[in-house]
Design a protein around this ligand. Structure first.
Ligand SMILES: Cc1ncc(COP(=O)(O)O)c(C=O)c1O
Length: 501
């Protein structure tokens, strides 16, 4: 039979292809600080430019790399830009990008140890290293996930199975009382989605009020649990957040852990964003109490800046994951004495086949070292505090809440807008929403928003190792410039009363 080798490039061709790609990457890194962070594209413009037809025959290399260039340079937003401060999206480490390439070159499937020995051992070792940093015991370990969403889902699946009191995996939820869990009103929406995916329903997430600093009220948690038990519900877990998305608030972990212990509830800590603080000497004490967690969601692709995707779930006892996820499949017969196999990730989480996602986190840590990582994370928190000072110093800006971790929430308040002007708050919401949109398409800097006590604030989240003080100042200046312009347009009599939108 004649061979068909179209897809099998020889090593020289592979290397030449990579060299061209590496050239583009180098240019990208050189130009990144001068590129617009984002732009305003006309509807359909990006689709028309990049959603090209799949060719029947190979695209000429010149054409192919022109396509890649257009994706990279003309039609993307850059989370790695020093002035990107929107969302909890890291910059993407350089060793991490190379590791992704090499991981794809090796193309390991981490479903089973026997076909991914080194990769499995690295992921086990890396997640145990993270677990130890959080103060979890030796039984602890975890998995790299697609992100905080899957880490939360995986944790709550294990919690549901461990705490139901019957074989919920086999028999489903109808066997017992209605299971409920607790999370603050500032917790991330993925908690509710996990409840949905677990068949508990989103209403099973009982909201707990927060204090003035957006932290869960431990007293409120206790009261809600008592009331729910009286109503015949079955509380099984509490989700505490260590670093809320909106403001970086850290729930009172020691108190919540105490309540969980007394009530026999599973403690899950969503440290998807704030967990990286464990690497920084000055921030680590703020996570005190996290060592009591039964499970932790922690996303290296956020504040550790490793490329997407790469979250992490940590369990106090990794064996619980096996009990929650193991399934036998007839085609996976193995003689472990001969293969050397010890641990199969495919039996410990929702995925069967798995990528070597851990490699980019691992190589980033090896290449940068834990110490410099910690110092940089500490610096980013300091930059956010600096931004808070700049906001407080400027009479047209208002700080929403003291800076916690590396988020600064603030709003533009035009000069001459009387504190008691009719429709003032609604006007400020509308104005700041428009400012955010204009900043996002302006290209000089980028921020997102937070809704705090139902008011609209601008939000800068600094999780980017390229951001420095001039970048923070630039965002503040752009907000003021755009704020003044929009206020002039929206309040025609510039010093007149506010008008409700
Ligand atoms: C606190 C928190 N938890 C969970 C998530 C969801 O994580 P992911 O987007 O990685 O799934 C986020 C995302 O920003 C977050 O900030």
């Amino acid at each position: 039979m004649e061979s068909v080798r179209d897809l099998d490039w020889d090593p020289a061709r592979a290397a030449a292809f990579l060299e061209r790609a590496a050239g583009l990457w180098r240019t990208f890194l050189e130009q990144l600080p001068t590129l617009p962070v984002a732009r305003s594209w006309r509807p359909g413009e990006v689709r028309d430019a990049v959603a090209i037809n799949v060719p029947e025959e190979p695209l000429a290399e010149v054409e192919l790399f022109e396509h890649v260039r257009s994706v990279m340079f003309d039609h993307s937003v850059y989370p790695g830009h020093p002035r990107f401060m929107g969302y909890v999206t890291g910059a993407g480490t350089i060793p991490g990008a190379v590791a992704d390439l090499l991981a794809s070159a090796l193309n390991q499937n981490l479903g089973g140890w026997r076909h991914s020995p080194a990769a499995t051992e690295i992921e086990l070792h890396l997640t145990k290293w993270f677990a130890a940093r959080f103060g979890l015991p030796k039984t602890a370990g975890g998995m790299i996930t697609s992100g905080g969403s899957m880490a939360t889902f995986t944790s709550l699946k294990v919690a549901r199975d461990r705490r139901a009191g019957w074989d919920v995996r086999q028999r489903g939820l109808r066997e017992g009382a209605r299971m409920v869990l607790y999370a603050s009103t500032e917790s991330h929406a993925v908690v509710r989605r996990a409840a949905d995916m677990l068949g508990l329903g989103m209403d099973a997430v009982r909201p707990v009020a927060v204090d003035a600093a957006f932290r869960m009220r431990a007293g409120g948690l206790r009261d809600t649990i008592v009331a729910d038990r009286l109503a015949g519900l079955q509380p099984f877990a509490v989700v505490a957040t260590a670093g809320t998305t909106a403001t970086g608030a850290i729930d009172p972990l020691p108190e919540i852990a105490g309540i969980c212990r007394e009530e026999g509830l599973w403690l899950h800590v969503d440290a998807a964003y704030g967990g990286a603080a464990v690497l920084a000497d000055d921030l680590r004490p703020r996570l005190r109490g996290i060592e009591h967690a039964d499970s932790i969601a922690f996303d290296p692709h956020k504040w550790m800046s490793t490329p997407h995707p790469g979250g992490c779930v940590l369990l106090r006892d990794l064996a619980d994951a096996f009990d929650s996820f193991h399934l036998a499949a007839s085609y996976t017969v193995e003689h472990r004495e001969r293969t050397g196999g010890t641990f199969d990730f495919g039996s410990h989480g929702p995925q069967w086949s798995r990528a070597f996602t851990a490699f980019k986190i691992w190589l980033s840590l090896l290449a940068h070292g834990a110490g410099p990582y910690g110092r940089r994370i500490s610096h980013e928190a300091a930059l956010a505090r600096r931004m808070g000072e700049l906001v407080v110093q400027h009479e047209e800006l208002e700080l929403a809440t003291p800076v916690s971790l590396s988020v600064c929430c603030f709003r533009y308040v035009p000069a001459g807008l009387a504190p008691d002007a009719a429709g003032r708050e609604a006007y400020l919401d509308h104005l700041n929403e428009r400012i955010m949109t204009e900043v996002q398409v302006d290209g000089r800097a980028y921020c997102s928003n937070a809704l705090l006590r139902r008011r609209f604030f601008l939000r800068a989240c600094i999780v980017n190792f390229r951001t420095e003080e001039p970048d923070v100042r630039a965002l503040v200046d752009v907000v003021i410039e755009i704020g003044r312009r929009l206020d002039d347009e929206m309040r025609p009599a510039a010093r007149g009363p506010a008008v409700a939108p």
